[in-house]
Design a protein around this ligand. Structure first.
Ligand code: HEM
Length: 484
């Protein structure tokens, strides 16, 4: 193979890539050295804003295959036939730390999945936990500020972390999950994924169902203790990235089985707790898991920046047959992600290969903006309706309508008969073996004991006690022992 020629960005050959041009031997540089100027200027512009949360992550391509008939519940074309395969891209992530952070930390893991369907891209942007810390999006910026680096000390501060939780009793369930045995996954392959929110499915007949997604890992759950994690971080800060990359390179393709819980829409209003409350799970006894298909990851991206850093997932990207529920958190997210993408990647981020539809093409009247590479031809009008056979609306509803009544206002999340912030946290605690309870209490105490204010500690202990009196007592004793 003949040697390829090094060129400038405009394709002109480069004569010397080792010595910059000078005025005489040993003299100052020449402004006319285009290659040097372009190289330095280009280098200065390599970074883009990192994600404001979930900055650190790893991605992989794969496919989703339908194994069970769900056409009675959704008309989504990619779920319409057993055996049908759809190309996917997934990005796993940690949440709190910045781009250079370590992988093996106690933190939820992101599980963001893009299905390249023939009806457009469907993004399911979930986590490895079935619940979340809060249930109103208006609290999200405060929550994240409290978990990320303190503006003065420049590092995560237990004072801030636990002060936020002291004021957010609804976090008790997720905290119990996070400080339990599954709080530090051994790798991205060895954890489950959840849609977490309740979503709406609509079938061909227009009937609505509420669903929750569960991706069960076929690799088995593996987690790390706090000590194992600290050791691993010292050895390989990128341990999750290493594991995923190497497994797929070796042909050991990780897979997950997708199950859904399905609630007929009419049952939502009288369910014993609010089925749209993201801090709660639906007991499987009420709504059993029904298998849908399997997700297989079989290809590493060729370029981390182009395909993983520039990947853009939005909970707003639905396809016909799948839509949002009235979960307030989800509703907030429907705005936040595409807005973040316009800031982080620009208005034309959907033209990037990883984000563009693959099984269909986008056809609309959006035009121009920075970096417009698909902007219509001379035959395409940039307004609608038009008389030139331009793309037109279908008049087919994407999902079933929701009946709404009441007054506008800043309402608290509606409470159902059995709603409170603690009972599911207590149930999770009581499900644990004695050893697990011991590790949970030790993990919480290890962090909570670093808090400087006694009232903040007490408020948090009161939340654990409300979940289960024994839970609260043991955390209080463990914190006291560490503070002595
Ligand atoms: C109101 C609450 C929330 C808001 C406002 C919010 C906002 C955001 C924003 C702005 C990003 C960065 C997006 C980007 O720059 O590409 C992000 C990333 C992410 N969020 Fe959320 N988030 C919320 C709750 C949640 C919840 C409940 C989950 C999981 C169930 C979740 C999962 C993720 C994941 C997985 C990513 C990373 C996506 C990727 O890999 O590119 N978020 N979030």
């Amino acid at each position: 193979m003949s040697q390829r020629v090094l060129t400038t960005e405009s394709g002109a050959p480069v004569a010397d890539n080792q010595n910059s041009a000078t005025a005489g031997v040993g003299g100052p540089l020449l402004l006319q050295d285009q290659h040097l100027l372009e190289k330095l200027a280009r280098f200065n512009r390599e970074r883009i804003p990192e994600r404001v949360v979930h900055a650190r992550g790893s991605g992989a391509y794969g496919y989703f295959e339908v194994t069970d008939d769900v056409t009675g519940f959704t008309k989504a074309a990619f779920l319409s036939e057993v055996g049908k395969r759809t190309e996917t891209f997934i990005r796993f992530s940690t949440v709190a730390d910045s781009l250079g952070g370590a992988d093996a930390v106690r933190d939820p893991r992101g599980f963001a999945l893009k299905f390249y369907t023939e009806e457009g891209n469907y993004d399911l942007v979930g986590n490895n936990t079935p619940v979340f810390f809060i249930k109103d999006p208006i609290k999200f910026p405060d929550f994240i500020h409290s978990q990320k680096r303190d503006p003065f000390t420049g590092k995560q501060e237990p004072d801030n972390v636990w002060d936020f939780w002291a004021h957010s009793p609804e976090s008790t369930h997720q905290i119990t999950w996070l400080f339990g045995d599954r709080g530090i996954p051994a790798s991205y392959r060895h954890m489950h994924g959840f849609g977490s929110h309740t979503y709406q499915w609509t079938n061909e007949a227009g009937e609505a169902f509420f669903v929750k997604y569960h991706f069960k890992t076929n690799q088995g759950i593996r987690s790390l203790s706090a000590e194992q994690a600290a050791e691993l971080v010292g050895k390989d800060a990128n341990s999750h990235q290493t594991d995923l990359l190497q497994a797929i390179e070796r042909g050991v393709n990780p897979s997950w089985t997708l199950y859904v819980q399905i609630m007929p829409a009419a049952e939502a209003a009288d369910y014993r707790f609010n089925p749209f409350d993201l801090t709660k799970v639906w007991p499987h006894a009420d709504y059993p898991l029904q298998r849908v298909g399997r997700l297989v990851l079989d290809r590493n991206p060729d370029n981390v920046f182009a395909e993983v850093e520039q990947a853009a997932f939005s909970p707003n990207n639905f396809v016909p047959g799948i839509g949002p529920s009235p979960d307030k958190m989800l509703q907030g997210r429907l705005f936040a992600y595409a807005d973040a993408h316009r800031y982080r990647l620009g208005v034309n981020h959907t033209l990037l290969p990883v984000n563009a539809p693959r099984a269909t093409t986008a056809q609309n009247y959006g035009r121009d903006g920075f970096m417009a590479t698909r902007n219509g031809s001379r035959h395409d009008k940039n307004y609608e309706p038009n008389s030139y056979q331009g793309p037109a609306q279908t008049d087919a509803a994407l999902s079933a309508p929701l009946a709404i009544h009441g007054w506008t206002g800043t309402h608290e999340t509606p409470a159902h008969v059995k709603d409170d912030d603690f009972f599911q946290a207590g149930e999770l605690y009581r499900l644990m073996s004695e050893d697990e309870k011991g590790r949970l209490v030790a993990n919480i105490a290890g962090s909570l004991s670093q808090v400087s204010r006694e009232d903040v500690v007490e408020k948090n202990v009161a939340h654990f006690a409300a979940a289960d009196p024994e839970y609260g007592r043991r955390v209080a004793e463990a914190v006291a022992a560490l503070r002595d």
